[in-house]
Structure formats: C-alpha cells, structure tokens
Design a protein around this ligand. Structure first.
Ligand code: PRP
Ligand code: URA
Length: 245
C-alpha cells in the first residue's frame, strides 16, 4: 500500500504540481540568486500559486456582447481581499493584484520573535467589519505556522467568511499547526519541505525570505549558528505534535 503522503493527511493542503513552479522554486532557493532575481521569482511564483488558489472562486452569469453576438459570460462573485504579512508578503502582492485587480489589500504586520518563535503584531489597520468575503493571506514562508494562525485569528475576528493561505514553501510542522487551529483554511504552496531546523527555519528552504527580497543580511536570521535552548525545545515540541497529532 502507498504510504500516506502529507496531501492525504491534510485535505486542506494544495501543493502545486506545475513544472514551471518546480523550476522557478529551484532558482529561488539557490543561494546564488541575488535580491533582484529573487524578487522577480517571488513575483512569478506568487502569480502561479495565486492563480491555483483562486480556482474555486464562484462566478455569476454576466450578459455581454461580442462583436458577433450576445452571450452569457461570467463575473467573479465574491469580493476578494489580499492580506500580505509584512515584510516578506509584500513581494507577493503585485502579482496577485494583476490576477485580481479589484482586490482590496489589507496589510498585517507581524514579526517572529527569534527566541520564542511566537508572532508579534505591529501593524493592523483593518476597519471594524470585514469588507471582503474571501481573504488570501500572502506570505512566502509557513514555518511553525504561528504567524499564519495568528493572521487567521485576526481575519476571523474581523468577519472574513473564507480564508486561504498562499505561500511558497511550507514546513510539515507549520501545516499541522495551522490545520489543527483552522481546518477550514485552504493552504496553497509551491512545495512542502522536510522539516524545521532547531532555529525554526525551514530546511532545505531558502533562508530568510524577507532578507533575501530586501537585501538585509545584517541579522543572524538564516546564518548558521546555535539555537537558543528554548527555541530548540519549541521546535522539538512541534515535531512531537506532528508525530502524535
Ligand atoms: C517570516 C515569514 C513569516 C514567518 C513565518 O517573517 O515571512 O511571516 O517568518 O514563520 P512562522 O510560520 O514560524 O510564524 P519574519 O518574522 O522573518 O518577518 P519579516 O518578513 O519581517 O522578515
Ligand atoms: N521565515 C523565513 O523567512 N524563512 C524560514 O525558513 C522560516 C521563517
């Protein structure tokens, strides 16, 4: 019998099988890819994964006239909101806006505390009530899943009816965390990698997606180094949860 794959285990997980995605993702991961090319690849991959993520949007009939005759066309029904998670999600916005020019863009600012791996919120200007029905969270990396689960909490409290996570690379630990907190959130990714390392980075991964886009390599982020004991224990706990859900 075929061993259970991660896609079998999480019905909300959608991993792209497109060869162009695999090709571009390999270039993105490559340590020799400079920030300019990295940003271009983030953009191209976001277009492709965003396109797949919107495949189930409902449409309404719309009467149109071609130069030859009248016909029934289609119009996307729900109002869509793009929710880039700062900073790294910024590089995904333009591509998805190209697909859905009428989408609203609502930024959420979160950074991950390097020691506890917990998300810290620093920007949120959502109005009182939701103005869109479908939200696409844009963030290239789903690592522990903490940032994503926190963003979904914010969007559900706001009143978003449907939420999808659009990422480039996910770790199994992050998929488990997000799916157990929010099983109704679809996760669309270009790839699922092996695991988190003891510092909470996805391996093989691509390093720090924000730093690689914006050329900010001053921090310890994706450089080799020892994890703090507390951080390594948090990662081990996530890995145990994954083995024994
Ligand atoms: C990265 C990434 C996600 C988060 C993922 O952001 O863009 O938001 O980490 O990690 P998690 O799944 O363990 O929460 P980071 O905190 O590095 O902030 P930045 O984009 O501002 O660099
Ligand atoms: N954030 C990143 O940018 N990369 C990782 O591998 C994990 C979190």
């Amino acid at each position: 019998m075929r061993p259970m794959s991660i896609d079998d285990r999480y019905p909300n997980l959608h991993v792209s099988r497109h060869p162009l995605v695999a090709h571009k993702l390999s270039l993105l991961r490559d340590t020799r890819t400079d920030p300019k090319q990295f940003r271009e690849l983030v953009r191209e991959l976001s277009w492709l994964i965003g396109y797949e993520a919107m495949a189930d949007l409902t449409t309404q009939p719309r009467s149109i006239e071609t130069p030859l005759e009248a016909m029934e066309g289609a119009r996307v029904e729900p109002k869509v909101g793009l929710v880039p998670v700062l900073r790294a999600g910024l590089g995904m916005v333009e591509a998805v806006l190209e697909l859905m020019p009428s989408a609203e863009v609502w930024h959420i600012g979160l950074y991950r505390d390097e020691r506890t791996l917990k998300p810290v919120e620093y920007y949120n200007k959502l109005p009182d009530a939701a103005t869109v029905q479908v939200c696409l969270i844009l963030d290239p990396m789903l690592a522990t899943g903490g940032s994503s689960a926190a963003t979904v909490d914010i969007l559900k409290a706001w009143g978003a009816a449907r939420i999808k996570q659009v990422s480039l690379i996910a770790a199994p630990e992050g998929i488990a965390t997000l799916s157990s907190a929010h099983a109704d959130v679809d996760i669309h990714v270009a790839a699922v990698d092996r695991e988190l390392n003891e510092r909470g980075y996805i391996v093989p991964g691509l390093g720090d997606a924000g730093d690689r886009q914006f050329g900010t390599f001053a921090g310890p982020a994706s450089e080799p180094g020892h994890a703090h004991d507390e951080t390594a224990e948090i990662v081990r706990r996530l890995q145990r949860n994954l083995q024994n859900p």
